[in-house]
Design a protein around this ligand. Structure first.
Ligand SMILES: *[C@@H]1O[C@H](CO)[C@@H](O)[C@H](O)[C@H]1NC(C)=O
Ligand SMILES: *[C@@H]1O[C@H](CO)[C@@H](O)[C@H](O)[C@H]1NC(C)=O
Ligand SMILES: *[C@@H]1O[C@H](CO)[C@@H](O)[C@H](O)[C@H]1NC(C)=O
Ligand SMILES: *[C@@H]1O[C@H](CO)[C@@H](O)[C@H](O)[C@H]1NC(C)=O
Ligand SMILES: *[C@@H]1O[C@H](CO)[C@@H](O)[C@H](O)[C@H]1NC(C)=O
Ligand SMILES: *[C@@H]1O[C@H](CO)[C@@H](O)[C@H](O)[C@H]1NC(C)=O
Ligand SMILES: [Zn+2]
Length: 299
């Protein structure tokens, strides 16, 4: 391979890193979230998920939770790429649906929180109004919903518009050059796997499950809760994310800085708790969608 080809590849790669929210949580993050969620599915959810999954999943939701990242740059799905995140005004450190939920062309309702409502509605209407014709691909609805509930919990998926959710903040992760968004999508989880879990994702999942049934037990019912008996409630998750982004992600991570042990060790507990919350909330959202008894309030 010639010098110029290498250079082109490097440029292409650099460009990819600059695209807002290119990956969401990385593959490990999304797998972990969906694995955690699976442990809390009701019987109804288990059987509906099995029915909706594509054959390639071999019955395991976690196997397809990164699907929206794999297809988002294909021509046929490019419309979906704005649905992975929602950016907020620089340094406001708060989120407001009507102000913030739009894409870069100011099209309203093109953002992650709207997408969560969208796919919840598609699944719910197909499930609860058996008579109505099915207008959407519910296999895709399930995969998008499972992925986006993960994404909205990644603090920098609700970051500042000016730095593309940290994508344009170049930093070093130990010796490696990367950007702040990628640190939160991938590097913290990858370093944790290597440092604490013998590079074994199952061990990390188990450690988080142990905290869900121990350390965090008293908080879990509040995590599940959805105000006003709504089926999905992504807005508070987005508010939490931007607040954590300001308090932890952006803090001491200015352009050009090197992030090492002190950043890693203080942020890892935040990441692990967000992964746990995503899993619990994905399960409870699906459980509400596929609850067999029709709620009086919704008739
Ligand atoms: C959210 O933004 C809209 C539109 O900019 C504004 O009218 C509304 O007052 C804001 N809501 C809150 C709670 O700040
Ligand atoms: C809602 O889902 C449909 C089908 O995937 C898609 O075409 C549309 O862009 C989605 N809108 C949002 C805001 O998620
Ligand atoms: C629904 O979407 C899945 C995943 O993209 C695809 O494999 C399947 O063929 C689609 N089903 C229909 C009926 O279009
Ligand atoms: C990872 O840990 C799990 C749980 O202890 C174990 O069953 C599995 O064999 C381990 N995987 C590898 C590749 O070591
Ligand atoms: C479990 O909770 C403890 C106490 O809050 C925390 O220090 C630890 O990092 C957590 N571990 C995981 C895997 O979340
Ligand atoms: C939520 O639903 C429960 C049980 O269906 C009901 O008792 C409660 O009043 C509802 N709350 C609101 C705010 O609608
Ligand atoms: Zn994503």
């Amino acid at each position: 391979m010639g010098q110029s080809e290498l250079c082109l590849i490097a440029k292409a790669f650099a460009f990819l890193l600059l695209v807002p929210g290119i990956l969401g949580w990385g593959k490990e993050g999304h797998y972990l979230i969906c694995k955690i969620a699976e442990g809390y599915f009701t019987e109804d959810t288990l059987s509906m998920v099995k029915e909706l999954l594509p054959a390639s999943a071999e019955g395991d939701l976690a196997a397809v939770c990164s699907w929206p990242d794999e297809i988002r740059w294909k021509a046929h799905y490019r419309w979906s790429s704005a649905l992975h995140y929602v950016d907020t005004p620089d340094f406001f450190c708060n989120y407001n649906y009507s102000r913030d939920c739009h894409d870069t062309h100011e099209h309203k309702g093109r953002c992650v929180t709207a997408a969560i409502y969208n796919y919840t509605r598609q699944l719910e209407s197909a499930y609860k109004e058996m008579t109505s014709e099915i207008r959407y691909n519910l296999t895709e609805a399930l995969m998008f919903l499972s992925h986006f509930i993960g994404d909205v919990h990644q603090p920098l998926h609700v970051g500042f518009v000016g730095d593309l959710g940290g994508n344009s903040i170049t930093v070093r992760w130990y010796r490696r050059k990367t950007n702040l968004h990628h640190v939160w999508d991938n590097m913290i989880i990858e370093s944790a796997l290597k440092t604490f879990y013998h590079s074994n994702l199952t061990l990390m999942i188990q450690a988080i499950q142990t905290n869900i049934s121990g350390e965090w037990y008293n908080d879990v019912s509040a995590w599940r809760n959805c105000a006003l008996n709504h089926t999905a409630c992504p807005n508070p998750y987005a508010s939490e994310s931007i607040s954590l982004a300001c308090k932890y992600a952006y803090k001491n991570a200015t352009p050009g800085s090197t992030l090492e042990d002190s950043y890693f060790l203080s942020r890892l507990p935040i990441v692990e708790k967000r992964l746990a919350q995503s899993g619990i909330r994905l399960a409870s959202t699906l459980n509400r969608i596929f609850a067999s008894e029709v709620k009086v309030a919704e008739i």
